[in-house]
Design a protein around this ligand. Structure first.
Ligand SMILES: *Cc1c(COP(=O)(O)O)cnc(C)c1O
Length: 405
């Protein structure tokens, strides 16, 4: 077994060997610019990009003209939300989103608030779920867009996108979905699911980093957004800049593999997740799995270990590559905004670790990980006066703590 074991599949995934193989020629002899119309280097590149567009469209139930290539989901999110608000400013400046979005959505909304937009942040239930009823209640005359995560990157909760999309369409409001964690992992069909705009990213689905796309609906309704970058007018004028041909080819191949292996991958990840949780919960008390148990991403397990500090636990399991939440915020010591929105107290939020399982994870990896976690938690709790008090039957909520002098 090679150590450390990678269990951070929501932060990024390894490139699938089938994807790498498809990309290779486009770094070497097939290096053309897909926008070059006057020679075969350009035509070959354009052909490869067209094929990738079809592969992506097929996975998400779109048509290839609805795929706009970007540098990843962060760019897709910025383009979709800012682009729609700029296009539809005459209708209003109200956006509806949730408290459990990725930072890219939250920060884009904050930016727009500074520019005079009004944003409603829906509060999820304790499992991270937002309902269609909540969205229906929040929609106003001047609402331009509902922007929401499909599957949460920290706790894996899967939102009822189809029902929420139906509400948006009924009320004539654009529906943007951050599909980064959902695409390739659970069935996604932008038609049946009533999605108008959706971003996805190569490196979350066993493709390369730095490439992704934005799905932009072309009929019922035809969605129009304002480009956020000026230049050569690539991608139907919505995203200028020379296309990253090897990256796009890799994204296409990743989608083709994901479409073919979707059920197999999901069954594999669910089995590993359950194996891990069973082992850990059997050995450790005061341990809970966060998120929604019914509507959850196959390979995501966010666990709170009461009376253990998350950073100490991460240090204690050095042979496991895990994180205490999203890669983007793990540099700060702030407790996760997602767990906080789910009503998890700061103390317990600090005691939480995200374990991500995926295509390359084995049962052996999971067994090793579970053993490491169990022994590390037991070791840390032996040093914890709080845990000792709880075992002695002290109700911590009634304890009067003495301030230090
Ligand atoms: C990773 C991630 C992003 C950002 O994607 P990049 O392609 O890395 O910019 C956005 N939203 C979610 C839910 C993610 O998991």
């Amino acid at each position: 077994m090679e150590l450390p074991i990678y269990l951070d599949y929501q932060a990024t995934t390894p490139v699938d060997p089938r994807v790498l193989e498809a990309m290779m020629p486009y770094f070497t002899h097939a290096f053309g610019n897909a926008a070059s119309r006057s020679h075969s280097f350009g035509w070959d590149a354009e052909g490869a990009v067209d094929k990738a567009r079809k592969q992506i469209a097929s996975l998400i139930g779109a048509s290839s003209k609805e795929i706009i290539f970007t540098s990843g989901s962060t760019e897709g999110i910025n383009l979709a939300i800012k682009g729609a608000v700029e296009m539809h400013g005459a209708k209003g400046k109200h956006i509806i989103t949730t408290l459990v979005e990725h930072k890219a959505v939250l920060d884009t909304c904050k930016h727009l608030e500074k520019q005079g937009c009004e944003v409603t942040y829906l509060e999820p239930d304790s499992t991270g779920l937002v309902t269609a009823e909540q969205v229906a209640e929040a929609i106003r005359e001047d609402t331009v867009m509902v922007a929401m995560i499909w599957a949460n990157n920290e706790i894996g909760t899967v939102n009822p996108i189809r029902e929420i999309g139906a509400v948006c369409h009924e009320r004539g409001v654009l529906f943007f979905v951050d599909g980064t964690q959902a695409v390739g992992k659970i069935p996604v069909d932008v038609g049946a699911d009533n999605v108008d705009l959706m971003c996805l990213s190569g490196h979350k689905i066993y493709g390369p980093k730095g490439v992704g796309c934005l799905y932009v609906r072309r009929r019922n309704p035809r969605v129009r957004i304002v480009a956020q970058m000026d230049g050569g007018g690539h991608e139907r004028g919505m995203r200028s800049g020379t296309i990253n041909v090897p990256g796009v080819v890799g994204l296409g191949a990743a989608c083709a593999v994901a479409e073919e292996d979707l059920e197999k991958d999901a069954a594999h990840s669910i089995a590993l997740r359950e194996r891990f949780e069973e082992k850990v919960l059997a050995e450790l008390d005061y341990t809970t799995v966060n998120g929604n148990h019914e509507h959850r991403l196959p390979g995501c397990s966010n666990v709170s270990f009461c009376y253990v500090e998350g950073e100490s636990l991460i240090m204690g399991v050095k042979d496991l590559a895990v994180s205490s939440g999203s890669a983007c915020t793990s540099a700060s010591l702030e407790p996760s905004h997602v767990l906080r929105a789910c009503g998890v107290g700061d103390e317990l939020a600090h005691s939480s670790i995200r374990f991500g399982f995926g295509r390359m994870t084995t049962e052996e990896d999971v067994d090793f990980a579970a053993e490491q976690v169990i022994s590390a938690v037991k070791r840390l709790r032996e040093l914890s006066p709080l845990y000792e008090m709880v075992l002695e039957g002290v109700d911590l909520s009634t304890v009067q703590w003495q301030a230090e002098h």
